[in-house]
Design a protein around this ligand. Structure first.
Ligand SMILES: Nc1ncnc2c1ncn2[C@@H]1O[C@H](COP(=O)(O)OP(=O)(O)OP(=O)(O)O)[C@@H](O)[C@H]1O
Ligand SMILES: [Mg+2]
Length: 298
């Protein structure tokens, strides 16, 4: 078996500032021996958000999806995750809600829940608007399609409009100077990380891992008149039919993965960071999401 993932020990003197965006407690730090900033995130109590971040990033790597690098990290004895910043070199992050506010009439960028205008179709409209060159727009859409397929694979139900974005030149204004889609980030709400072992056990015993996945509600909607977003897996099932050209490359990447890689990724989480049941459940969830019918459409 491969070595466990390393654990970064974050020192108090490395802290730069708290990050106020998002809902979890977290701060930015920089190791003096490193030249980039990292975001330390505490998991919510009784959740596996820290290992979910790490496993999701490793799954993104094998899938070949651009993503922020993640390490397991510890701060003052607390376990967490650390995410490498991709905002550097004179660039800034423009969140999805900013793009949609500018490009979709009446879009409310502050709406946190039930933002049913946050549809795949509206996101694609925004991209067509913001990239002057159709090739650039198409690349951004195909890259987002890869994030959507990653979400379906890991069961990420939190791809809301501040959990994806575009990188732009720092000196740019508004939508001017947009360069490309930012790497995928914030995968903490995935892999059944909120479940307690008792429920995991029940789902596994009763063969209901699929039922759990299908009940999940994602933060990207299919149509504005839906009350709730489809599950991340259902979103992909619909999207491959409507946008086959955009989703085909992501589907092909998925088809190339060997299913055994999931247990190899999960096994590398250090022993006391994740229970055995959480490991079995996570691998079962990845397996369920990996074997769907949508690849046959592609
Ligand atoms: N790798 C990164 N590089 C640059 N900025 C980042 C990165 N990861 C996160 N951020 C910024 O920090 C904010 C908060 O981070 P993140 O989304 O991971 O936190 P969260 O508390 O889990 O959020 P949520 O409320 O969506 O659960 C993001 O909205 C984004 O602006
Ligand atoms: Mg977030």
């Amino acid at each position: 078996m491969a070595d466990p993932y390393r654990i970064v020990e974050v020192k108090p003197e490395w802290i730069i500032n708290q990050e106020d965006m998002g809902t979890k407690t977290k701060f930015w730090y920089r190791d003096p021996d490193d030249d980039v900033n990292w975001l330390f995130k505490y998991p919510r109590q009784n959740t596996g958000e820290h290992w979910a971040e790490k496993i999701a990033a490793e799954v993104a790597s094998v899938l070949g999806v651009r993503h922020a690098k993640v390490e397991l990290a510890r701060f003052e004895g607390a376990c967490g995750s650390a995410t490498e910043s991709f905002v550097r070199g004179g660039r800034a992050l423009c969140h999805g809600n900013e793009l949609l506010e500018w490009t979709v009439g009446g879009y409310d960028p502050k709406k946190k829940f039930h933002q049913s205008e946050h549809t795949l179709a509206n996101i694609f409209v925004g991209m067509d608007y913001v990239f002057e060159n159709p090739e650039d727009a198409s690349l951004a859409k195909r890259t987002l399609a890869e994030y959507v397929v990653l979400d379906a694979l890991i069961g990420n139900t939190d791809r809301h409009h501040e959990n994806w974005g575009l990188l732009r030149r720092l000196e740019g204004n508004g939508l001017r100077g947009i360069l490309f889609l930012a790497p995928s980030f914030d995968h903490a709400t995935s892999l059944g990380r909120e479940l307690l072992d008792e429920r995991r056990n029940r789902f596994l015993k009763e063969n209901r891992v699929g039922g759990y996945v299908e009940k999940g509600r994602g933060a990207i909607y299919w149509s504005e008149d839906e009350r709730r977003g489809p599950s991340p897996l259902e979103l992909v099932r619909r999207a491959v039919r409507t946008y086959p050209d955009l989703f085909r490359p992501a589907g092909l990447k998925l088809a190339e993965i060997d299913e055994n890689v999931f247990s190899q990724i999960v096994d590398r989480i250090p022993a006391d960071w994740m229970t055995s049941l959480a490991r079995v459940f996570t691998v079962a969830l990845l397996g369920y999401n990996y074997r769907p019918k949508y690849t046959t459409v592609i």
